[in-house]
Structures are given as C-alpha cells and as structure tokens.
Design a protein around this ligand. Structure first.
Ligand code: ATP
Length: 767
C-alpha cells in the first residue's frame, strides 16, 4: 500500500509502491532485526497504525538503546565527487590542498595553545588571589599562640564561600547552557573519533562553556584538573578552523571548502585533541601519543606527522606566551614542566624493580576499585538526581564537603615543619610556632596540580605519615565523588595526586621501618605511585609514561620503572574492569566499535546479525515515495536498487546507497528529473557541502503537493560503490572491514547482487 495523489492533491495510495506491503507482511527469515517500527519518530508511531506501510516488527535490543547516529567517515565517491576530482586532477591542486592542510594543523596548534594559556593564567591568578586571601584570613583570625582554633570558623566560612560561588557558577553554566561540557570531554571526543555523532560536541558555545567551566571548577577547589577539558577544547578549535565557517555565528569565510566532510574533520579533530593535551601538560610527544592511544580509532602515517606538528607548535606557542607573560626573554619558562622538574637525575637500583611492580599492582587494584565506585556513584546520581537544580546543588555540596574535610584535617592533625625547609610559596603558620609552617594546610592551600608538584619535589621529611595517610584517603574519596558531577573537570590530575600521595607515603613508611635504607627518594616513589594510580584508573601506558617524563624532565633511563609500574597497573586493573573513559562510554550506551569484535560475535556470520527486510529506494523513484520514507522512518542510509520488476524494492538489485541527508537536500532543492534543465548545470558536490554539517531535517521540506508525481534520479547522487558482503561471511571479518573503512552502512547481498540485509554499527554491538 503506497500513497499517491488524487485530484484534490491529498495523499492517496499509489499503485506504483507495490512492494511496500512486503515490509508489512514480511517475516524476517534471519534472526536479524526488522527495520522500522522501533525507529519511528514518537509522533509517527500512532500514525503508523493508519499508514500500515511502515509497520514492521522489531524485537531486538537495537531498538531499545539510545539512538546515537554515526558520522560518515566513508567518502561518498558519487558522480558529482568524481566530476570534481576530474576537474582538479592536477598535481598543483593536490599540493595546494596538502599545504592548506598543514597550515590548518599549524593554526590549530597556535589557537589551542592560546586558549590553554588563557585558561592557565586565569586559573593561576585567581587561585593565587583565593589562597592568599585565605592565608591572610587565617593569620588574622587565628593568633599564632592560640591552639584552641576557635577563630578558624571565619576562614572556614570564607573558604566555603570562595569554593561554592565559582563551583555553583560553573555547574549552572554546564547544566543550563551546555550539558555536553560536563566531565572531562575525553569519552565524547573518543566516541566522535570512533564515528559516533555526539550532538553539539564541537560547537563554539561548547568551547566557551567548557573553558569557563574548567576555570571555575579548578578555582573552586574541586578535585579535578584541566587536561581532559583541554583535549575537548582542542577538538572544538580544530573542528571550527578546518571548516572555514561558523554555523553558530552563521558566518561562512568561504575557505577550506574541500575539507567540509566528516572524514577530513575527523583528522583535524584528532590533531586538535593532541594539541590540547600537549598544551595542558607542555608535553608535545606525550600529547600526540595520548591522542593516538586513547582517542584515535583511525590513523595513518601522514596523520601522525601532522598531529605531532600541531602538538609541537602548540607547546612552542605556550612557551612563547608564558615566557613573555612571566617576563623572560629566552623562552625558558620552567612552568612548562607542569609537574615540576627534578633537579637531580632519578636513579634506581635493579632490586627496586619488583617494588615498582608491586606499586603497579597496588595502583591497578586501587584504580579498579576507584572505577567501580565511581560508576556506582554515577549510577546513583543518574537515578536519584535527575533535576537540573539538583545537579547544581550536588556540585555545591561536594565542594563544601571537600572544604570541610580539608579543614577537619588541618584542625585535627598537628603537622608543623621548620620554615627553612619550606617548599610552598605561601606557608601558613596556623597553630604552629614561629619559624614553622603547617604542612597539612600547605597541601590544601593550592591547586591540585601544584600539590602534585609539591609531593614530587618536597624534600624528605616534609610531612608526617598520618598527614599523607589521611590526605590519600580523603582525596581518593573526594575525587571519586567529584568525577561525574555536572562540572567541567578532568580526572588526570586528581588521579596523579592520589598516586603521588600514596607513593610518597610508601617511601616514608618503608624508611620509618628500615631507617638504614638509602634508595627511598620520596619524590621518586611519588612519581611511581602517580604512574601506577594513573595506569589503574586510565589504563594507558605509553602516553602516560611519556607525559610524566616530559612534565618532570626525568631522563629516559627512568622510562623503564615508569612503564613497569604502568603495565602492572593496567594488567591488574583490566582483570577487574575497563578504564574510566571506556566505562563511561559503556554506561552511556554509546555504540563505539572496539578494536576487536565482541567475543560473543566470534563464530557468527553476517546472516545472524543483519537487518531485513531493508527499506530501499529505486534508482529512479517518485519524489513522493522518498518523502514518505524519510517522514516515516529514521534510518540514515537506503540501498538504491534497480531491476525491481516482479519483486519488491527490498529485494531489488543493488546499485548504490544514498544517505538521508542527501535525499533531503535533493527534495529541498527540487532536483527532480522533470526540471533538470534548470538545476543540472549548477549542481555540484558543493551543493551538498554547503549544508554540511547541520543538515536540515525532513520537517523542513514542505509537502510535495504539486510535485507528487515528480521523479528523482539517484544515479549522480548515490554512492555507487557501497561495501557489500555475503550473508555467509564471518562477522569478525566483516567487522574488521567495517571498522577499518569507518563505514556507516554495510550491505549484505546474495549471489545475484540482490539485497539480503543491511548492517550498521549497532548490529555489531547490541545483537
Ligand atoms: P546511524 O544511526 O548509524 O547513523 P542508521 O540510522 O541508518 O545509521 P541505525 O540507527 O544504526 O541506522 O540502524 C538501526 C537498525 O536498523 C539496525 O539494526 C540497522 O541494521 C537497521 N537499518 C538501518 N538502515 C536500514 C534500512 N534502510 N532498512 C532496514 N533496516 C535498516
């Protein structure tokens, strides 16, 4: 039962659509998913009863999972594309395109670094003001000889105020303006690079909210860092610059038009992510490796080169700006070693290697426990705090909780150290004698990044064992409760901080037990502890070890201990659960494709996961049929078939595939056969690129009342070479093809090249 036109112009059944009953009546012969019912837009579900043509049974988990769409990483090499290629088939053009590509990568490095510098400087300055004010307040309200601490209430209230105000502001911005900016952003960027369309992830508004969000959270004193958000910021910069237009500001600069597709954009986003991490840590190689190890799903040699250049340019720009800002004229700003440079080379003895491994195992266990606790807390949040105001209040409560715990520690633990040994810039005397400073307050009265620095570089004997034990426990719990709040924050720094604390603690306890030992450099063990804890939570090895080396300036010989700790942590952690970013992706049901097919798919064939019957479109089809298909079902790709005499469309012979976005443009621009003489000369691939990336929806196409009998010829618009596989091909094999080529749809055909089914990324994950 199709629909057509009667004299009055209303929609009536159309004899031509004789295959549509097949979709209604067909009972799939395979265990694959039926096509439509579960995917009908909610409003159309009821109408489907009166318009039976699109009512098809659906019964797998595919329909019940959140509907993330995919990106088109497969280049659609249609006739229009080929025409463009032919016109530009000169060496000069390729060279020009390549040079422009390099220029864009360099621009990405520079702009990302400038954003990183701004965030860095603002955080440093505001934190300095905040902690100076608090210290003055402590000194004014707690007389040096007063050990009752009665007046600590005033600085405590100030501290609460100075934490709550920025955190509430940041959380409100994230919650009410751009919720996608919550968290580190790494899982989102990773999903994007894997081919999943995460709405609003690379918009300018997202960048602005992310930047303000991370500043307010760090200045507010939450247990988090800026590195994750910097990857996200770099990704947005890359996506923006490479497209030469801003959809938010409705401004087209008419440049870089050749790069306006998902495939090109993906590569730039990867470069942006790398530039972001490099700028956050001052670690160019680590930044590039971080992007490759954690975020990238596809890469090649050229891309690695360009990414490295973006990272190096980013760090160079950072150095230039920060050196100038700090009044240096020889680009030697040491703050680029974000975690502080070790003055002496770190040495180790071979008998320490098992100890490093043991610390790695501890890191793996603590990391796995952290991940599962954090996932439980986030599950609880999702269930019991669904309201926006509740999310903001929760962030405020966690900020207050953190301050209260810190104050309680400062109040109850008496850890006074002589001033000469003083590693902090502004030591607080609180409850201590003259010429002494309070070591507990020193840990809390600075940003988490500065505390990691202190733990790495403070001289031996800077803390009591009790101080570090309590600090480790408190920060472990606090960071676990913080990651998942509706604020922009990364998990790298708090994780490194916890690790550095227990690593240093290990050295102190061992020294306490065996005072004659000489190898127990507390900074060295803090570094190994940080590596182990990071390995346990994030499960990365190569990039983390390089980042730690680049940010602390240790020699390459120390790479070995670091990698031992990291790998032991990763292996132990992997035994229990996945890394925190993958866990987040999983709990949000984002359909990202793993590196290998899931174990339950081994031994299956395409026949067992495909969807059938398939909604197809004829090579020359009526505009009206296409309009109806787009209105009634929300698939994004439709096989184009011919030779449908005597059979239904869903069994036609494959000649290509066409995307929903292309069909909408065709309808919107009236690219019909009947009036081809008007549009044919001007139509090019640019017609489609102009509307990228925010393709209009079918709702923007007005009813086709007067064009109901018009025809669309898809020959020049469709992708004529979709990847086709056979129903008996093995799933692991087709998975590799699907993943390696970044496909969105894969057609399953029989020996006569007739459609047998269709496979999308969700079929590899949820069936
Ligand atoms: P994506 O969402 O990845 O951008 P899509 O919207 O075309 O692509 P999915 O939402 O992944 O497809 O598909 C959901 C289910 O519908 C999958 O099981 C898939 O096999 C099936 N499916 C996809 N396209 C068609 C089609 N044209 N006809 C019938 N079933 C389809």
């Amino acid at each position: 039962v199709g629909v057509g036109n009667n004299n009055s112009g209303t929609l009536m059944p159309d004899k031509d659509d004789d295959d549509l009953p097949a979709l209604l009546d067909h009972t799939p012969s395979y265990s694959g998913n039926s096509a439509l019912n579960g995917n009908l837009p909610p409003n159309d579900r009821d109408n489907a009863e009166s318009e039976p043509i699109f009512r098809v049974r659906s019964r797998t988990a595919v329909a019940s999972t959140p509907n993330y769409e995919s990106l088109d990483y497969e280049v659609c090499e249609n006739k229009l594309f080929q025409d463009e290629q032919k016109k530009r088939l000169t060496e000069r053009f390729s060279l020009r395109k390549d040079i422009i590509r390099w220029i864009i990568f360099i621009q990405i490095g520079i702009i990302t670094a400038l954003i990183a510098c701004s965030i860095d400087i603002i955080i440093e300055e505001l934190s300095e003001l905040k902690y100076m004010f608090l210290m003055t307040s402590v000194e004014k309200n707690v007389p040096q000889t007063d050990f009752t601490g009665g007046d600590l209430v005033v600085p405590f209230l100030y501290w609460i105020l100075l934490s709550v105000v920025p955190v509430a502001f940041g959380a409100a911005m994230v919650t009410y303006i751009e919720p996608i900016t919550a968290g580190s952003g790494i899982p989102q960027v990773k999903s994007y690079l894997n081919g999943v369309k995460i709405p609003r992830i690379v918009r300018i508004k997202t960048l602005a909210v992310k930047a303000i969000g991370v500043i307010t959270s760090v200045v507010g004193g939450l247990a988090g860092g800026k590195e994750g958000p910097m990857i996200h910021a770099g990704a947005v910069v890359a996506a923006g610059i490479s497209q030469g237009k801003s959809t938010t500001f409705v401004k087209d600069f008419h440049v870089f038009k050749a790069f306006r597709d998902d495939h090109e954009k993906r590569d730039f986003v990867l470069g942006g992510g790398a530039a972001g991490v490099s700028a956050a840590f001052g670690a160019p190689i680590g930044g590039m490796l971080f992007s490759l190890e954690e975020a990238a799903s596809f890469w090649n040699q050229n891309l690695i080169w360009r990414t490295l250049v973006a990272s190096i340019i980013s760090v160079f720009t950072l150095n230039l700006v920060l050196s100038t800002y700090h009044g240096l004229n020889d680009f030697t700003f040491t703050g680029l070693f974000n975690l502080g440079k070790f003055d002496q080379p770190l040495k180790f003895d071979y008998f320490e290697l098992p100890i490093f491994m043991l610390l790695g195992i501890t890191g793996g266990l603590l990391g796995a426990a952290w991940n599962s606790l954090n996932t439980k807390i986030n599950g609880f949040r999702k269930r019991y705090i669904p309201w926006k105001i509740g999310k903001v209040c929760e962030a405020v409560v966690v900020a207050m909780f953190g301050v209260t715990l810190a104050c309680t520690m400062i109040y109850f633990i008496n850890d006074c150290r002589p001033l000469g040994n003083d590693p902090t810039i502004h030591p607080v005397q609180l409850f201590c004698e003259d010429n002494e400073y309070n070591a507990v307050a020193a840990l809390w009265f600075q940003t988490p990044e500065a505390t990691v620095r202190s733990l790495f570089h403070d001289p031996p004997g800077s803390h009591k064992i009790l101080t570090l034990t309590m600090f480790t426990i408190v920060y472990y719990v606090l960071s676990c409760a913080t990651f998942g709040l509706n604020v922009s924050l990364g998990v790298f720094i708090p994780t490194a901080l916890v690790g550095a604390a227990w690593g240093r603690l290990f050295a102190m306890v061992t020294y306490y037990l065996f005072p004659e030992t000489e190898f127990l450099h507390p900074g060295k063990y803090a570094l190994i502890g940080a590596a182990a804890n990071l390995g346990g939570v994030l499960r990365m090895t190569i990039s983390l070890s390089v980042i730690l080396m680049e940010t602390t300036g240790v020699e390459t010989s120390f790479f070995f201990p670091l990698i031992i700790a990291l790998i032991s942590a990763k292996w132990v952690g992997d035994y229990f659960n996945e890394g925190i970013y993958d866990t987040q992706i999983e709990v949000n049901h984002v359909p990202i494709l793993p590196w290998e097919p899931l174990p339950q798919y081994k031994g299956l064939t395409a026949r067992e996961i495909l969807s059938s019957p398939v909604v197809c479109i004829k090579l020359r089809d009526s505009a009206h049929y296409i309009y109806n298909v787009l209105k009634k079902c929300d698939h994004n790709g439709f096989p184009v078939v011919d030779d449908v005499q005597g059979v239904h469309r869903s069994q036609g012979r494959v000649c290509g595939i066409v995307l929903r976005s292309q069909l909408i443009v065709i309808l919107l621009k009236s690219l019909y056969v009947e009036n081809s003489r008007f549009w044919l000369p001007d139509t090019s691939i640019q017609t489609f690129r102009d509307v990228y990336p925010r393709y209009p929806s079918i709702e923007s196409v007005r009813k086709l009342d007067d064009k109901i009998n018009y025809t669309v010829d898809l020959a020049m618009f469709m992708n004529p070479s979709p990847v086709r596989v056979n129903a008996h091909d093995s799933v692991p094999r087709i998975f590799q093809v699907f993943r390696a080529l970044g496909l969105r749809h894969m057609l399953v055909i029989n020996n006569e090249n007739r459609i047998a089914g269709i496979i999308t990324r969700r079929d590899f994950i949820y069936k």
